[in-house]
Design a protein around this ligand. Structure first.
Ligand code: NAP
Length: 252
């Protein structure tokens, strides 16, 4: 049997009922982590992720919590500690995107996107960091986006881009604040085939492929592999970085 890279670790993955978060939760479980699978509505998906983790010999706990609400975030972290006694890895993955231009979006779209994508990561990190500092080590991985680094064809989704640019800044601010015990990094995926991008029109989809050096969409597994690297001992000396995983789309 190959060595499990996260053996003994406890991970919280937000928004892990489907898409990228679920792939990360299942990959971490397969690498020996005990995983808290967070969701907001997708109880069935979260349960299925837990079943897959346990079938691979791991342990999982599904917890419903809205990451944009501080009381719910406190409950999420408390549930992790009650069940597993520690938290080694936090993946701030939960996210929403409204595919509208700046003049079409509503104040409600703006608030929800910023609240989930940016404030959610802030609240979860703030709750978990003292635990990790007490333990003497920890990893925070923010699932940001290539669009937060300025990519012209993503600029339509205004508040989404703003939320991810903010998350990139938060990544660096927290890396400075939480060192030396905790590393904080972000992954900036390009377009990944999940529910989030289902509504993108065919013309835009073709343009995305044409702009991508590897001429394919990313998969949730591509992002899970990057998250595993950042969570593993191989990334011990990496903090405050933005890792672009985009098949060569929007190279910087
Ligand atoms: N797909 C892409 O092309 C792409 C590209 C760059 C970055 N990303 C980022 O990757 C992350 C995951 O995206 P995805 O494509 O996997 O999206 P997805 O398939 O739409 O899944 C979103 C996940 O977030 C959860 N969620 C939404 N609001 C939440 C809240 N308030 N509290 C807790 N969980 C919440 C959802 O839970 P429920 O199932 O319970 O609703 C779901 O598990 C996001 O941060 C996204 O911005 C995606």
């Amino acid at each position: 049997m190959t060595e499990q890279r996260l053996a003994g670790k406890v991970a919280i993955v937000t928004g892990a009922s489907r898409g990228i978060g679920r792939a990360i939760a299942e990959r971490f479980g397969a690498e020996g982590a005990r995983v808290v699978v967070n969701y907001i509505q997708g109880g069935e998906g979260a349960a299925a992720a837990g079943t897959a983790i346990e079938a691979a010999g791991g342990e999982a706990l599904a917890v419903q919590a809205d990451v944009s609400q501080s009381a719910e975030v406190r409950r999420l972290v408390r549930a992790a500690l009650d069940r597993f006694g520690r938290v080694d890895i936090l993946v701030n993955n939960a996210g929403v995107m409204v595919a509208k231009g700046v003049l079409e979006t509503t104040e409600g779209d703006w608030d929800r996107t910023i609240d989930v994508n940016l404030k959610g990561a802030y609240l979860c990190s703030k709750e978990v960091a003292p635990v990790m500092i007490r333990q003497g080590a920890g990893r925070i991985i923010n699932v940001s986006s290539n669009s937060g680094l300025y990519h012209p064809s993503a600029m339509r989704f205004t508040e989404y881009v703003v939320s991810k640019a903010g998350l990139n800044g938060l990544t660096k601010a927290m890396a400075l604040a939480f060192g030396p015990q905790i590393t904080v990094n972000a992954i900036c995926p390009g377009w990944i085939r999940t529910d989030m991008v289902e509504e993108i029109d065919p013309e835009t989809q073709q343009r995305i492929l044409d702009e991508t050096a590897l001429r394919r969409w990313g998969t949730p597994g591509d992002i899970a592999a990057a998250a595993l690297f950042l969570a593993s001992a191989d990334a011990d000396f990496i903090t405050g970085e933005l890792l672009i995983v985009a098949g060569g789309r929007g190279m910087h």
